[in-house]
Design a protein around this ligand. Structure first.
Ligand code: GMT
Length: 389
């Protein structure tokens, strides 16, 4: 098949999933054409067979305070679909990609059938899409898609309820390459982060308000005081991987709470570095306000890292309470710190939860299980080509 994929090229889960999906499809012999304003970060610099990138051309003009990207993307999608004879377009994150894909499909109608698949990822439904300025166009463009998928059951229900959408929605979970995400000892890296053999708590995100990164810092401070009262001092480093609008405030908070020496702000990191950090982590913490899946929790499980997270959105579909980690109410810093103390004090518990996490990742979320679900969906849509249009 010849598949066009549009996603955000920057850091963030929907861009990662769109890019990884394209790479996996190319490995399976399909031609993949990414269409966006920049090459997705996950593609890296190495040219890959059957993977192509088409940049959206943006014409600038002094009149445009807000250059119309939606229109430019629609034109590019149409152009690439014609030139490359695409079989379908798959967009990740509804806003504004689903509108552009709809426009491209309608423009092409006299010439060719171009099914559109829209995968919803999270805040396109739960936050941004609900804003009155986006609500009706988001609902319209989702409903106009030839197929809709969500990355968790939670998000499917949220879409049906919030947007009153009655069309069928397929849940296709996010996935990991379990050969890539696996625990590999790395003593040198561990020593560079925790020179005195401290325990390592990892957080990875885009540091947006929805991630509540201040809770990671507050949890660390509480853990430190619990630890000194418990008589078993193990020492701890909190490795904050990523960057975004909440970083400066979190740095100030670490200083105010007197834990700045225990926190490392590593900044944005390439995928291989995140994988290596996961491999040396003792615990992943994800205290999000809302999370429709939590891809990094799955990556952590594949690397045998227990997860402490909030009981929100799709996280309970990924992190199995008591089996692969512990879930708490939003803002329950005390509960998270107590659980962290217990886990960091008990290596056999950590290993048991870690191993179970990998088992669950292997059983439910591997590329081998998930990619064929997308392939089947694509084939069914392409087969509808005989419809009069
Ligand atoms: O919806 C967002 O906030 C953006 C999106 C992204 O691009 O990072 O994240 C969502 O998609 C990821 C991949 O499917 C999920 O793992 C994240 O849970 C989800 N984020 C939220 O729901 C906040």
């Amino acid at each position: 098949m010849k598949i066009g994929i549009t996603c955000y090229p920057t850091y963030g889960g929907s861009g990662i999933v769109g890019a990884e999906l394209g790479l996996e499809l190319a490995k399976r012999g399909h031609s993949v054409h990414f269409i966006s304003y920049a090459p997705p970060m996950r593609l890296g610099d190495t040219p890959r067979e059957r993977v192509h990138f088409h940049a959206v051309d943006m014409f600038t003009y002094p009149l445009f305070e807000y250059p119309p990207y939606t229109d430019a993307l629609a034109s590019k999608l149409k152009e690439v679909a014609l030139e490359q004879e695409l079989d379908l377009i798959h967009v990740h994150y509804a806003i504004p990609h689903a509108v552009s894909a709809y426009l491209a499909r309608e423009m092409l109608k006299p010439q060719r059938h171009l099914p559109v698949v829209t995968t919803l990822h999270g805040t396109d439904i739960t936050l941004v899409g609900r804003d009155p300025s986006f609500l009706s166009i988001t609902k319209f463009s989702i409903e106009q898609s030839n197929a809709i998928t969500t990355i968790s059951d939670y998000l499917k229900q949220a879409t049906q309820e919030e947007f009153c959408i009655a069309c069928p929605i397929d849940v296709i979970y996010n996935f990991i390459d379990a050969d890539y995400y696996r625990r590999e000892p790395n003593a040198a890296l561990r020593k560079s982060i925790a020179p005195h053999d401290e325990k390592i708590i990892l957080h990875v995100s885009t540091f947006r308000p929805v991630k509540r990164i201040a809770d990671c810092i507050a949890m660390l401070a509480r853990l430190r005081s619990l630890e000194s009262g418990s008589g078993s001092r193990f020492g701890v480093k909190l490795l904050m991987c990523g960057d975004g609008p909440e970083r400066a405030e979190a740095e100030c908070l670490a200083w105010r709470l007197g834990v700045e020496e225990n926190v490392i702000f590593a900044g944005k990191q390439p995928q291989a570095q995140v994988r290596d950090y996961l491999s040396i982590a003792d615990l992943l913490v994800l205290p999000s306000q809302s999370e429709s899946f939590g891809l990094v929790a799955l990556e952590a499980m594949a690397c045998e890292v227990p997860v402490i997270a909030t009981r929100v959105g799709g996280l309970p579909e990924v992190v199995k309470e008591g089996e692969t980690g512990y879930l708490f109410d939003i803002g329950d810093v005390e509960g998270m710190a107590q659980a962290a103390l217990q886990l960091l004090n008990d290596e056999s518990l950590r290993q048991r939860l870690g191993k179970r996490g990998r088992d669950i990742a292997l059983a439910n979320f591997t590329t081998e299980k998930i990619i064929p679900q997308y392939e089947r969906l694509y084939k069914s849509l392409i087969a509808e080509r005989s419809d009069p249009w």
